[in-house]
Design a binder for this molecule. Sequence first.
Ligand code: 3H9
Length: 647
Amino acid sequence: MTIVTIDRDQDIAVVTVNNPPVNALSQALRQGLWDAAVALDADPAVRAVVLICAGRTFIAGADVSEFGKPPMEPHLPDVVARIEAATKPWIAAIHGSALGGGFEVALGCRFRVADEAASVGLPEVTLGIVPGAGGTVRTPRVAGVAAAVELVTTGKPAKAARALTLGLIDAVVTGDLRTEAVAFARAALDQPLPAKAADRAVEAPDAGFWAEQETVIAKRAKGEVAPLRALACLRKAAEAPFAEAMAFERATFLDLRASDQAAALRAVFFAERAAPRPAHLADAKSLPLRQTAVVGGGTMGAGIAAALRDAGLPVVLIERDDAAVARGLENLRSIFAGAVKRGRLTETQAAARMEGVTGTTDYAALAEVDLVIEAVFEDIAVKRAVFAQLSAACRPDAVLATNTSYLDPRLIAEGVVNPGRFIGLHFFSPANVMKLLEIVPTPDTAPETLATGFALARSLGKVPVQAGICEGFIGNRILKRYRASAEALVRSGVAIAEIDAAMRGYGFAMGPFEAQDLGGLDIAFLQREGARAAGQEVAETLGDVLVRAGRKGQKTGGGWYDYTPGDRKPQPSATVAELLGDRLAAPRQMDRAAIAEHLVGEMAAEGHAILAEGIARQPSDIDLTEIHGYGFPRWRGGPMFATTPRG
Ligand code: 3H9
């Protein structure tokens, strides 16, 4: 296959890139672009060049799979410079995404036009690196420093309309992209050409601007280094000559590319892309999902229904009586109202979301649904009763799923008519926001049912992870170990606030005790009490002592910490010290890094046990679970990655 082809529209050459799946800048593509620039410079019949891509997208960036290998010529900065130095103007015609090196190639072109659905961006910081082919140097020259700071330090792409406002592109076109780009090129030739990006001046902000940005970015980055290094590149671009800024950017890029953070973020990048289509299900066909239902309209059920509606699926919401139906619909309405408030949905879109929901108590409404997700109270008898009704009301080939977080799905499934169509789908709260979906087959679950779980995850934009059956599956089992290990440190005399600070220092938004205070200590307590009532031996936890004393977390004004009303700031608690007093050893100091290393090591140890038991299929599934369900810092790669020595 030829990756780069050239054809003509009279005096305009059209260079087409075709390097599926995403036109990543492999060595062959870089060489192809270089050769095209040389050939077209030498062709007197050509007055301008349109650069366009085949397939789903414009060039989506450097080929990330080449990052671990020695760089090969021609290097991308040279290719971009060659296009920029061309004797005729190049016009990038963008559809899909022009990302990273792809946008840098577009910046080497004299003009950028895009269709309405396109976006452009420099997402390198999300891979632990900075742009390496002039992104930090040309963007401020083309669109100004403020736009460049936004684009480069957040890594978030800008949609075409916004990109136009920011000055990142020159035009948004509505018709056929190639035709429009060729017309744009002809019109441009009638005007004086703008300067090449490299030759443009930058208006440099004062030192105060950079100091302010540094504070904001450091706070957001929580230990991630690339965003601040990217800011330093932008400052150099604003204050130093072009060539010096290019050299600075390249050195930063090469340094970061070899860093642990970049290795971690690359591993997560590929794990996330592999997760929705696991190799072991390559031959399993998923079932069609047209009509869906959710049983239970509480926080979880409403969240799941919202996620289904966001993916455009119609939902029947079942509750046990009319008042509960009304409450469930109200929960859903308030989720969409929140999305409107945050600017994620328009009023019209929110109304359309609600129109696709039917609230009812009547299981007969489920006769035609393809998938039902049960999200009722965590009580085996209640759940079994629901599944008995579902078995009677649904088609035998409908997929019946439970959202249980700690009951045994095999016990819930007892008595369903078609056990092959039963599966666990464990969402995380808020279910319309959290990316993780644990997919839990029973021994009877048919491969196509399992494949349907993954297909659902794809359509909801979730990160699916297959988990085997054990208490807590993957995520909650590791959470339990993490909390128990943190409590063990407290018993050994380490201060609660020190442990939380250590985990924040590691990159978590919250430490284990602050997180429990936010979520409530009573849920896990009730679970333990349930197990005790069932005759299991469950040792007393420090959390039990606090809950028994009425300290369930922020909602009761105190848990592991005290809170003053209206303030979420945790204050070390004399009451807690007193309540736990004789259970704790004498206070001792422990280095924060050592605390974090110990607790992450404990998570990984549980992860290894989970792998050995076949509960998780591969270490990266454990890492994705922790990153997308439990706030593990992405740039650490997850507990398994973080504790695996790299050569
Ligand atoms: C960079 O450019 C550095 C430069 O500044 C400096 C250079 C000197 N490389 O996501 P999808 C694969 S850093 C290799 O499911 P979508 C992906 O693994 C780069 N492979 O598609 C998957 O493979 P498979 C900056 C890549 O339509 C397949 O393509 N760029 C790359 O949902 C489809 O991916 C980025 O960070 C890559 N760069 O979304 C862009 N990208 O089929 C990252 C994708 O075997 N990419 N693959 O499983 C994306 O954001 C999305 O892929 C995109 C398409 C939005 C483009």
